[in-house]
Design a protein around this ligand. Sequence first.
Ligand code: GDP
Length: 434
Amino acid sequence: KPVVAIVGRPNVGKSTIFNRIVGERISIVEDIPGVTRDRIYSSAEWLTHEFNIIDTGGIEISDAPFMEQIRHQAEIAIDEADVIIFLVNGREGVTSADEEVAKILYKTKKPVVLAVNKIDNPDMKEMIYDFYALGFGEPYPISGSHGLGLGDLLDEAAKFFPSDEGDQYGENVIKFSLIGRPNVGKSSLFNALIGEDRVIVSDIEGTTRDAIDSVFTFDEQEYVVIDTAGMRKKGKVYESTEKYSVLRALRAIERSDVVLVVLNGEEGIREQDKRIAGYAHESGRAVIIVVNKWDAVEKDEKTMKLFEQNIREHFQFLSYAPVVFLSAKTKKRVHTLMPMIDMASENHSLRVQSSILNEVIMDAIATNPTPTDKGKRLRVYYATQVAVKPPTFVVFVNEPELMHFSYQRFLENRIREAFGFEGTPIRIISRSRN
Ligand code: GDP
């Protein structure tokens, strides 16, 4: 999906515009338990276009001075976006901070669309002319608080969307990523995984300017590790900030089939880990939880079990994800990862036979009657698998509202008992049959 980034000095209304463009989506996503959305990155739609949008204003570099902060945000936009929306405040005219942003943006070949915010009514349109001076062509008048002008702005941005970039890798290649907080050991684990002489590695440029993917073959299966550059790079100031690392993780997740959520066994589980894991789950990718640095943990025979319980408690939404305790440093149990990635990937694209699926569902209903509401009982007619990656099932019923969350969870458990699906989320959608 194309990526649009919003840049501009503070107080021009970046997050208002971001929320307007994103619309309802954020609140839907927040319904998933255990997940708090960072409001800096979201998918969005405009007419037939689907894209992702970044509010660079949400990425703060805590101790950087004001101007430097703004410059870093503009650099992030250049690194991460296909199209940049440069936002200014129509009521204040061109400021020196706007010029500073412009200076950074002159260096990029990426398309920049200039938007002048706070033009709340047509009489104010004259205020946009000053902004021609910034050198980005026609300024688009918009009003974040009134929701005006966004259509024209997005039309313009969409003109620059790359035509269906597709996927440069074949169907049979397994794409995976290692994500996690800085310093949990992602790049060490990457090296431990592929550093052995039986693999061939080549680096391929990913979709963002900075993304490097590593391709390798192991046991005749081809793999791509998504955005290995994002794991290694810590050069620029903003690259060590948490928000930026989350942003990179999100982009990597999106291009992966299997996501390895890497935790630091020495430090335990942090809020940030939960957030990253939450994204992985929401995205519908297969997930494996990796507890790294297990060598450095003082332990007895109970430690692993307790740690796993802790994981299960904090990541309830990831109950399907296997947990591996390993050490990138000593390589202990690193060899168990490749078979696990294969397994998760296979389950992620598993199709089950309709006849068996329906037997499983009917058996489930026979042992645990469907819920009733106001004297009405849920009737289940039949189920069918409609998609893979992740496996998605449609259950045809009399009235979808009667399908309680808890009953759906019960059906999911039965489907899992029957078919496995370890490592992958599955989705169940109730539809009325008519
Ligand atoms: P990244 O930021 O997640 O890519 O983390 P790095 O791979 O750069 O590792 C961060 C630090 O943790 C480095 O000092 C590594 O040497 C150390 N480290 C990585 N894996 C292990 C491990 O399995 N055990 C121990 N004890 N240290 C590790």
